[in-house]
Design a protein around this ligand. Structure first.
Ligand code: ATP
Length: 325
């Protein structure tokens, strides 16, 4: 368990961390999610001991580490741009931390073999970092961080520099890796999809503060405020209430709670269809996300009027669909 209690960090007048309190359960994969500049990296670096908070306390596994240097905190750290030793093979890069700890040779060999398998780099051990893809290099970085059996793994946008497809593959891989090694992991990301996909707990940060902590479902379904609601996914506002675009229902018949809107645009995105609507009462335009089947049944035509209502309001009572598609 990591506890962060009342941690503050100022840069001049600027509050990078404004009285942050957060518990990170043992064995969890917790994401620190927030926009650029919200303080995620500062918090992660404070846990690592690379940053010195102006106030507050941090414990790791029950020990107060506030004054403890990074190398004595039992952490592994992986950055977005990982600095591998270029002149060393993959094997030697992974073995590095064990060698400087003077572990016996056979123990190092066994551990490195194990890690090569865990991170899926079997067969790459004699390559040099320059002969790896970006994704393979980050997996090597993770293996190196894991080699010394850290109590905590801290990842600062580890897949940030990679393209979308590789990122998605590595997220899935990280999830499986975590299921196998169970090391308490804290992942910094500004990508809500990444956080929802990979983490079992998410702390949403904004302006140096924690807005909400919870499971992906908690945050998505029961956001504590507008910031969390809009940061976690697309939002449409209907009758003054924020809802998810897939919770909007289109109907040719009026039902209580519905508003009338004009179909302005129909965008087919594979299985989904996005319908952009202009409410006739002058409310801001909104986007509904419906299935292709529903769109076909409705036979929507641009410029026609349709009724829109929310079937589910986050944190509130769902409005049942009783009729129509
Ligand atoms: N050494 C520093 N000196 C001055 N200001 C800093 C320093 N380090 C960070 N900051 C400021 O503190 C704020 C928080 O930075 P931090 O890197 O923690 O944000 P972040 O949420 O990780 O953002 P990003 O996703 O862009 O990395 C930013 O506004 C940043 O400019």
């Amino acid at each position: 368990m990591i506890t962060v209690t009342g941690v503050r960090k100022n840069y001049g007048d600027f509050k990078a961390l404004d009285n942050v309190t957060l518990d990170i359960p043992s064995g969890s994969l917790t994401a620190l999610l927030g926009p650029s500049g919200s303080g995620k990296s500062t918090l992660l670096r404070s846990i690592a001991g690379l940053e010195h908070p102006d106030g507050g306390a941090i414990t790791i596994g029950g020990n107060d580490v506030t004054g403890v240097p990074p190398q004595k905190r039992g952490i592994g750290f992986v950055f977005q741009h990982y600095a591998a030793f270029k002149h060393m093979t993959v094997r030697d890069n992974i073995a590095f931390g064990l060698k400087i700890r003077r572990r016996p040779k056979n123990e190092i060999a066994d551990r490195v073999d194990d890690l090569l398998r865990i991170v899926g780099l079997d067969g790459f051990q004699r390559r040099y970092p320059s002969q790896l893809s970006g994704g393979q290099r980050q997996r090597m970085a993770l293996a190196r961080a894991l080699a010394v059996d850290p109590k905590v793994l801290l990842l600062d946008e580890p897949f940030g520099a990679l393209d979308a497809k590789v990122r998605a593959d590595l997220r899935e891989w990280l999830r499986r890796l975590h299921d196998e090694v169970h090391v308490t992991t804290v992942l910094v990301t500004h990508d809500q999809e990444e956080a929802l996909d990979v983490a079992d707990r998410i702390a949403v940060m904004n302006k140096g503060r924690i807005e909400q902590v919870g499971s992906p479902d908690d945050l998505y379904e029961r956001p504590a405020n507008e910031f969390v609601m809009s940061f976690l996914g697309p939002v449409a506002t209907i009758n003054g209430t924020m809802v998810r675009p897939h919770d909007l229902h289109l109907d040719r018949l009026y039902h209580p709670g519905a508003i009338e809107a004009v179909v302005d645009r129909i965008v087919r995105l594979g299985f989904e269809v996005r319908v952009e609507l202009v409410p006739v009462n002058g409310d801001p335009r909104l986007s509904a996300q419906i299935t292709r089947g529903d769109a076909d049944d409705l036979n929507l035509v641009r410029g026609e009027g349709i009724y829109v209502r929310a079937t589910h309001v986050p944190g509130g009572a769902p409005i049942p669909v009783t009729n129509g598609v």
